[in-house]
Design a binder for this molecule. Structure first.
Ligand code: NDP
Length: 276
């Protein structure tokens, strides 16, 4: 049914390149939104303990009739629970809420530099992976210097880092580091939250040239860079639009024009500041 390609982690496991993000979907609406996403063809769901909607994701998983092995599920450890003991406990809480006995990917949501517990927490995630209850483990919102700490102080680097990324925040240095160390780049807010950026004249001009929407052009830019993307929409037509990305291609000149929109715009917190 779906033509979404898989990307391979350096451990040989795979992740569908397009997923469905559920940040800010109210708990009581999450079950129906995720069921609609499954109907649209998504087989990869991105949630987090902080989103307070893991139960809704779990309810949709159970009701969908899909084999558990056909859906890739990511959740994340909330920043108020850094440290080994908390991580081991909160992982079990997430599994319980999701109603599943494993997740495909478990992430540290933010480095929370003020607590300086992300190295210990990362080692706990490696333990969780060894238990078999998380097929893959990774991080989110880590900067190069956080990843360097993991590289120097622990046995291995994450297979993925989920970061804010769109043409207004291209994250070149971090993406170069990822490439050098075999870390997959996952883009959160891939549409820059769907705000005024969708009206940008460069994006609109490129979209018109392909007979596509601005959102599709932005998502296609990510795919051609090799990013995993997790656009969020509660609007069924947009859920489908955000998957119709595989029958057109941006030229290298168009890719460069989009990347040149970079202005260091963060729509979310700076990872060095949040929890500092
Ligand atoms: P996105 O960039 O995905 O934008 C979502 C917004 O864009 C919504 O308001 C949506 O509206 C709108 N939209 C979606 N598709 C279209 C379209 N085709 N045309 C026009 N508007 C559209 O932002 P998010 O912040 O939600 O990020 C996506 C996911 O990334 C999150 O759901 C979450 O899973 C993850 N994330 C992770 C973070 C982290 O710290 N690790 C932080 C933030 C997000 P509507 O729903 O009304 O259709």
């Amino acid at each position: 049914m779906s033509n979404i390609p898989d990307l391979e982690f350096r451990n040989g496991n795979t992740i569908p390149q397009v997923g469905y993000g559920v940040f800010k979907i109210p708990p009581e609406e999450t079950r129906e939104a995720v069921l609609e996403a499954f109907r649209a063809g998504y087989r990869h769901i991105d949630t987090a303990a902080l989103y307070d909607n893991e139960e809704g994701v779990g309810a949709a998983l159970a009701e969908s009739g899909l084999d558990r092995s056909d859906v890739f599920v990511t959740t994340k450890l909330a920043d108020s629970f850094m440290g080994r003991t908390n991580a081991l406990e909160q992982f079990e809480v997430s599994l319980e809420k999701l109603g599943t006995d494993y997740v495909d990917l478990y992430l540290i949501h933010w480095p929370v530099p003020g607590q300086d517990l992300f190295v210990e927490t990362w080692e706990a995630l490696l333990e969780i992976r060894e238990s078999g209850k998380a097929t893959n483990v990774g991080v989110s919102n880590f900067q190069v210097h956080h990843l360097e700490r993991l590289r120097q102080e622990t046995a291995e680097l994450p297979v993925i880092n989920q970061i804010e990324l769109h043409p207004w925040l291209v994250q070149q240095e971090l993406r170069d580091y990822h490439r050098e160390h075999g870390i997959v780049t996952e883009a959160w807010s891939p549409l820059a939250k769907g705000g005024e950026q969708l009206e940008n004249p460069v994006v609109k001009e490129i979209a018109a040239g392909h007979g596509r929407t601005p959102a599709q052009v932005l998502l296609r830019w990510h795919l051609q860079l090799g990013n995993v993307i997790i656009p969020k929409s509660v609007t069924p037509s947009r859920m489908r639009e955000n998957l119709e990305l595989f029958d057109f291609e941006l030229s290298s000149a168009e890719m460069e024009r989009l990347s040149a929109l970079d202005e260091g715009l963060r729509t979310g917190p700076d990872p060095d500041v949040r929890g500092a």
